[in-house]
Ligand binder design. Structure first.
Ligand code: ACM
Length: 629
């Protein structure tokens, strides 16, 4: 067996599969890995990690040595042993070896790896340490999953994996402006991302409700801009700041904090892309330095009250002091963050205040700028020049297409795929992050069961979309990303709840080859992965197992309710008599349920056998009527 597994070129894997299927007879449980690897061939038996196992790190690379130590920590957490680290193996040794092998040519790209596990040896090879890192994440998952399958936390299945990512940019975004998240939480979020092979952390650092990055040359940004009056309740319906009310909610990251977080992310092969959102979404900056807006009003940082087109949250593109301000900000941002890109926002910039401002209108006339969209484009092009001087590339949300793209801009397409498609047609790089499939702040189940938010993104919808659409040059698709806006996300645990498991779906969409993506298989992997998330202390949602109700009126104006679940093969039972459903209640078969007059509510729940699989859903008649509109 060992002999066969020493063969590790992908072209040999097919005959190997046949050999093992014949040899093993009974089917092995396929490891529920997420994201699904390019190729996985399972053999028979296990590699047991125990006190006789050693960790072999054969190259002198300090990065690989560091990774070896980290992998020892991971193995210790899952298997309870610390392996002796050696630099070469003896023939008889039971070992896990990490090997940099620049000659590997079957890995698609530099993030790829080969993981070969026999009963005697685990061999992880890659061209670069990034590949070793991703192979180790797979190894960690295998260890965790087999621990669950065997109740034996220290074995790995005999398996041969060749793997590499589909997309170069596999991102998640966290908005730390609307709510502030501690340095420790940001690190944990990054650590959780790395487990699922994400490699870009887009850090939304500034917005109307808080400026979160220390800029030493502009101290008001954090003395003033990082703080707002405290509010709880429903975002956008909070009371505005009252006169003389103290701004006590908030916080910011010092440059030292940021350096620490960057180092932490770098160890996990994650690049941080900072976002400074301009020229709209700038109320926190304007509260700090009122000269930045054309209207010059004095504001407090917005606490989540209504303000759009009421308070001027736009920078003044006609004022040179604004560009001097931005130069200072981006000088410090560029010096801190080692990555190639800086995100400059560019989204949802109201043109209302520019239209009201005589200074702005005169400037447009002088410059021959005909529309406010062109003025926005002028502004973004100026920002691109500032970034270029600092050797950074500009990314903006798709609104930067309005009035003409800056020459080298990369577009992040959030209002569907269209903006990205258009940018690619103009020869620009794009990152797809359509709100319909990647916005993690949306409901993931029935609004009666889920925390308050505004639209719906079910697990299945996060899984079933294509981040490389037909009709454009696919080499311009840098990648894709999930976004967690935090208006309705006040705590770290809730941020995790909104992120997982939809980001398991995104991880597979971003990493796995299309032929390896299967919603049916993904669903089967979900419950084993929940145990892995539990072991990693990640808070996640099980909403995919709950019932979701939709309603409509038929031609006779009768109310009809349809019930569904994300997960297949669950039985839905319901009642109309205000009792809780059980398996003797009416089983929902797919035909919409008529709700006669006098019926007060529907109650529904999913079951697997006789056991409840999801939460009890209760939807009152008035709510159903609202949904039918
Ligand atoms: C956005 O959601 N405003 C990018």
């Amino acid at each position: 067996m060992k002999k066969y597994f020493a063969i590790n070129r992908i072209m040999y894997l097919f005959p190997l599969t046949l050999t093992f299927m014949c040899y093993t007879g009974a089917a092995q449980i396929k490891p529920a890995l997420i994201p699904e690897p390019v190729s996985l061939v399972q053999g028979k038996g296990t590699f047991v990690i125990d006190n006789h196992t050693s960790l072999i790190i054969s190259s002198g690379s300090p990065e690989l040595a560091a990774l070896g130590n980290r992998s020892n920590e991971w193995i210790n957490t899952l298997a309870g042993v610390t392996l002796p680290v050696k630099n070469k193996t003896t023939a008889s040794e039971h070992s896990i070896s990490l090997l940099l092998n620049p000659a590997l040519n079957n890995l698609g790209n530099d993030e790829g790896y080969e993981l070969s596990i026999t009963e005697h040896e685990v061999k992880l090879q890659a061209r670069k340490t990034a590949g070793i890192f991703y192979g180790l994440q797979t190894l960690r998952q295998l260890l965790s999953l087999s621990g669950e399958a065997n109740k034996q936390q220290h074995s790995l299945p005999v398996v041969e994996i060749v793997d590499y990512p589909r997309l170069k940019w596999r991102g998640l975004m966290l908005d730390v402006s609307r709510h502030f998240f501690s340095k420790d939480f940001v690190k944990k979020y990054i650590d959780d991302m790395a487990r699922y092979k994400f490699n870009v952390f887009h850090w939304h650092l500034t917005d109307d409700q808080g400026w979160r990055i220390e800029i030493k040359s502009l101290p008001h940004l954090t003395e003033v801009g990082a703080w707002r009056v405290p509010r709880t309740g429903q975002w956008w319906s909070y009371a505005p700041p009252q006169k003389n009310e103290k701004a006590t909610y908030g916080g910011y990251y010092t440059q030292q904090d940021i350096k620490e977080i960057i180092a932490y992310a770098t160890e996990r092969h994650i690049t941080i892309v900072p976002e400074i959102d301009v020229p709209g979404h700038s109320l926190a900056a304007i509260a700090s330095y009122p000269y930045l807006s054309a209207t010059g009003y004095i504001y407090q940082v917005n606490p989540g009250s209504k303000f759009y087109n009421i308070d001027d949250n736009t920078l003044n593109p006609a004022d040179e002091r604004v560009y001097t301000f931005l130069d200072k900000v981006f000088t410090e941002v560029a010096a801190l963050f080692p990555g190639d890109y800086i995100h400059i926002g560019g989204d949802e910039c109201t043109k209302y205040f520019w239209q009201q401002s005589a200074v702005v209108q005169d400037f447009m006339k002088q410059q021959g700028i005909k529309t406010e969209h062109e003025l926005q484009s002028y502004f973004i092009k100026r920002v691109e020049k500032i970034l270029k001087k600092k050797k950074k590339k500009l990314i903006g949300w798709n609104e930067i297409l309005e009035g003409g793209l800056a020459p080298e801009a990369t577009v992040m397409s959030w209002q569907g795929m269209q903006g990205g498609m258009e940018a690619a047609k103009q020869g620009h790089q794009v990152i797809f992050t359509p709100s319909s499939n990647t916005y993690l702040d949306l409901y993931q189940g029935d609004p009666q069961l889920e925390p308050d938010t505004y639209d719906m993104l079910r697990l299945q919808t996060a899984y079933q979309w294509n981040p490389v659409p037909a009709g454009i040059d696919s080499t311009l698709v840098l990648g894709a990303q999930g976004n967690l806006w935090s208006e309705a996300v006040p705590t770290g645990l809730h941020a995790e709840y909104m992120t997982w498991p939809r980001s398991l779906a995104l991880s597979e969409v971003f990493w796995s080859l299309p032929a390896k993506q299967s919603w049916t298989n993904f669903q089967k992997k979900l419950e084993p992965q929940f145990k892995t998330l539990d072991a990693a202390q990640i808070n996640y949602s099980k909403a995919a197992f709950d019932v979701l109700a939709t309603a409509k009126l038929d031609e006779q104006k009768q109310l009809l309710v349809s019930l569904s679940t994300d997960i297949d093969n669950l039985n839905i039972y319901y009642t109309l008599d205000n009792t809780n459903p059980d398996t003797s209640s009416i089983r929902y078969t797919g035909t919409p349920v008529a709700i006669p007059k006098g019926i007060y509510q529907i109650r529904a729940q999913t079951f697997k056998g006789n056991a409840a699989a999801g939460k009890l859903l209760i939807v009152p008649r008035e709510e159903l009527e609202k949904r039918a509109k």
